[in-house]
Design a protein. Structure first.
Length: 294
């Protein structure tokens, strides 16, 4: 087994290689003077399983492009199986044509990967209108979840927690985690006016005064949804507010926005490298990849 990365997940790829006692060989990726991509493997791939470890953030467009070029090159160099480990899989949220003329980018992304790789492994992909990954992918697609890792973190770090899902989509995570640790959970309903403007309200009210509130979501992107949730929670005189995201995109000054809204701490997994990473998904991926070594 050869483990490589297109650049975004090098630390994770190296750690996986160490734990699996597999060879780590990073790709050389650059560009020619005219801007065209240059890509090179540094080791023989003939009859080897090649694992490309690459989250689609930052630069989701180029990440997808790099993966396609790397996978096709690996195939051409004689790899017997190409596995993509994409801890964060982008393009899953555009799962229908919301407005006339729009691209359904999730289908386009999946079509490209179906044609280039043999298997995909990802963590908590944004499944909404697609209920399962095989509704989208023709290749074997494995969905792992960080729920237990998040639950363990809350158990160890936060006393007397209340778990909050900032919208109906995120409540699937909040409810499972709350049940696992024996905590109360509530949900906020969300009205979205645009990607940067939302309004939320608490659906089922439970006491928050002097409680440590944990807002759990799969993706923290611009932070608008969680910021609006934090403002509502702050009015209920919560003791503290922690925002936990599986995938911390944290774009457009999201960290500053959340702090100003009253969030005391932001915690993410290392699916996407960020200084808020406190939850390690390494062993989750190692367990799945060990099946490929048998």
């Amino acid at each position: 087994m050869i483990i490589s990365s297109c650049g975004n997940s090098q630390d994770l790829a190296q750690s996986l290689a160490r734990k699996l006692r597999a060879k780590y060989s990073p790709l050389t990726i650059g560009s020619f003077p005219d801007g065209e991509i240059y890509l090179k493997f540094k080791t023989s791939l003939k009859l080897k399983k090649v694992v490309l470890v690459q989250s689609f953030q930052p630069r989701p467009d180029m990440s997808l492009f790099d993966i396609i070029f790397a996978a096709e090159t690996a195939r051409d160099l004689g790899a017997k199986k190409i596995i993509l480990v994409a801890p964060y899989l982008a393009y899953m949220r555009q799962d229908k044509r919301f407005n006339s003329g729009e691209a359904i980018t999730s289908k386009i992304m999946a079509k490209l990967l179906n044609n280039s790789i043999d298997k995909i492994i990802t963590i908590d992909p944004h499944l909404h209108r697609y209920k399962r990954l095989d509704n989208l992918f023709k290749i074997p697609a494995v969905k792992l979840t960080a729920n237990n890792l998040i639950a363990d973190y809350i158990k160890k770090k936060i006393k007397n927690p209340v778990i909050v899902g900032p919208d109906w989509e995120s409540y699937q995570w909040a409810e499972v985690i709350a049940r696992d640790i024996g905590a109360e959970a509530t949900i906020l309903s969300k009205t979205r006016f645009s990607s940067r403007k939302v309004k939320v309200k608490i659906v089922n009210s439970i006491p928050l005064k002097n409680r440590n509130v944990v807002i759990v979501d799969d993706i923290i992107s611009t932070g608008h949804t969680i910021a609006e949730a934090a403002k509502k929670i702050k009015l209920r005189r919560a003791n503290s507010i922690t925002a936990i995201g599986v995938h911390g995109l944290l774009v457009e000054e999201a960290v500053t926005k959340l702090k100003l809204a009253g969030v005391d701490k932001i915690v993410t997994t290392n699916c996407i490298k960020h200084n808020t990473n406190e939850i390690d998904v390494n062993n989750l991926l190692v367990e799945e990849l060990r099946k490929e070594k048998k």
